[in-house]
Ligand binder design. Structure first.
Ligand code: PLP
Length: 449
């Protein structure tokens, strides 16, 4: 593609004049003007191409512009672009069927939303109505979305400004051995103590007041902490003991990201409600939803469900989901994600950790990896302080700039970089990404002590 800096400047100028960006001080940002994208890459107007190790916001699981999904959206647009949610529409029925067939256990009914936060909002609403209880427990080190309930469930600084002390949300600590809140030394200890802490929290909050426990199966933005064996099964047992609805948020971990259709499969657990979005159609058209157990669906068999959205099950979004799931089956994208994690990303990142003093820990599975960057491997002091900005964040900013200089667009959150490419990233692309990370980590190393 021919560079066209003038066109890029016009795009940028209109953006700066009129687009109000998420999570940003509007006067302090400098968004890159993007001219196009394909597969694992995108490019700007100045002739720079980047390998996208972020998958957008961890959602382009089949990469950009997959021709079969683009064609399916075009065909659906020509046939029936939109239709209201109260009607039975072929492509909506088909998307629901394909999703329900892949979700674990008896999660057989699908409520469609436009994205992840709305899925979480509705899962909580369902749990509250199903149990007749109000409180909801969620974990520190989590992200569940930016709408009212979802942001209150979120256990990271993005909640702080919106925290109205709201609506019966109680937070607890989930297991994370590398930065254990439980003084544990082994995964097994971490698991046992985290489960005891959860059970104690429930006892002191009052079991009969708690509608739901909401957990990311593998927490994503908060650091890709793969839970220790037995933890999620333990949470399932606690939920069963107290009649609490178990909600797994698979908005980020679902649809192949961990090398299974859903991360819950790794841990042999079936939640009562499971939220999804992102990878369901690689974000080509906004779509999310809640997969609902038979028992909870039965609550609303003769009693109306008091929730809905104008665009619930939008035909364009559903057509993109049907095509995406078919592509993932035909091209064995889920199996590929598992294999690239086991054979290229996992070993490659661990090898970087051995050579770079700034890499404290490597965690992950499939196409879902985090590098926990540190000032010192012994003390595990994070490379930048929690929620750092400005000068205090300079080491991570320098790391990010170095990655971009080497053609890699990195995912950065606090002291971590995540390697979260498309789930169909090729071996050569994954290795190209590892080489760029290698170079950028040398910059991070300069800030170790
Ligand atoms: N839940 C999880 C685990 C997420 O990672 C996200 C987004 O990153 C959300 C919910 C919110 O999704 P959305 O931004 O589509 O509302």
């Amino acid at each position: 593609v021919e560079p066209d800096p003038q066109a890029g400047a016009a795009v940028k100028a209109a953006d700066r004049a009129h687009v109000f960006h998420s999570w940003s001080a509007q006067g302090l940002i400098d968004p890159l003007a993007v001219a196009g994208a394909e597969g694992s890459y995108f490019w700007d107007y100045d002739g720079n191409r980047y390998l996208d190790f972020t998958s957008g916001l961890v959602y382009t699981n089949i990469g950009y512009q997959h021709p079969r999904v683009v064609a399916a959206i075009q065909e659906q647009a020509a046939k029936l672009t939109t239709f209201a949610p109260a009607f039975a529409i072929d492509v909506r029925s088909e998307a629901a069927r394909l999703i329900a067939e892949r979700t674990p256990g008896d999660l057989n009914k699908i409520f469609f939303t436009n994205g992840g936060a709305e899925a979480v909002e509705n899962a909580v609403r369902m749990a509250r109505l199903h149990t007749g209880r109000h409180k909801v427990l969620s974990a520190f080190r989590s992200y569940h979305g930016a709408t009212s309930t979802a942001i209150n469930l979120t256990g990271d600084p993005r909640r702080w400004a919106s925290d109205t002390g709201s609506a019966g949300v109680v937070r607890f600590w989930a297991p994370f051995l590398y930065r254990s809140p439980f003084y544990a030394e082994t995964e097994q200890q971490e698991c046992e103590r985290a489960l005891q802490h959860l059970e104690d929290t429930i006892a002191f909050e009052g079991p009969a007041t708690i509608a739901a426990i909401v957990l990311e199966t593998v927490p994503g933005t908060a650091g890709i902490m793969v839970p220790p064996p037995g933890y999620l099964a333990g949470v399932r047992a606690i939920c069963d003991r107290y009649g609490i609805v178990f909600v797994l948020d698979e908005v980020m971990a679902g649809f192949g990201r961990t090398g299974k259709w859903f991360a819950a499969e790794h841990f042999d657990v079936v939640p009562d409600l499971m939220t999804f979005a992102k990878g369901v159609n690689s974000g080509y058209v906004p779509l999310g939803g809640v997969a609902i157990s038979e028992e909870i669906a039965a609550t609303f068999a003769t009693r109306p469900y008091p929730g809905g959205l104008t665009y619930s099950g939008h035909p364009l979004a559903c057509a993109a989901a049907v095509a995406t799931i078919q592509v993932m089956e035909d091209e064995k994208v889920v199996e590929h994600a598992a294999r690239i994690g086991e054979t290229v990303l996992g070993p490659g990142l661990r090898e970087l950790a051995e050579r770079h003093p700034s890499v404290g820990e490597v965690r992950g599975m499939g196409a879902f990896w985090a590098l926990d960057l540190v000032r010192n491997k012994e003390t595990r002091e994070p490379l930048v302080p929690y929620n750092a900005s400005g000068e205090a964040n300079a080491p991570m900013a320098a790391f990010g700039a170095a990655a971009k200089k080497h053609g890699l667009w990195p995912f950065i959150n606090m002291n971590r970089t995540h390697a979260v490419p498309a789930c169909n990233v090729s071996e050569a692309e994954a290795k190209e990404g590892l080489a760029a990370l290698d170079a950028a980590l040398s910059v991070a190393d300069e800030h170790t002590v």
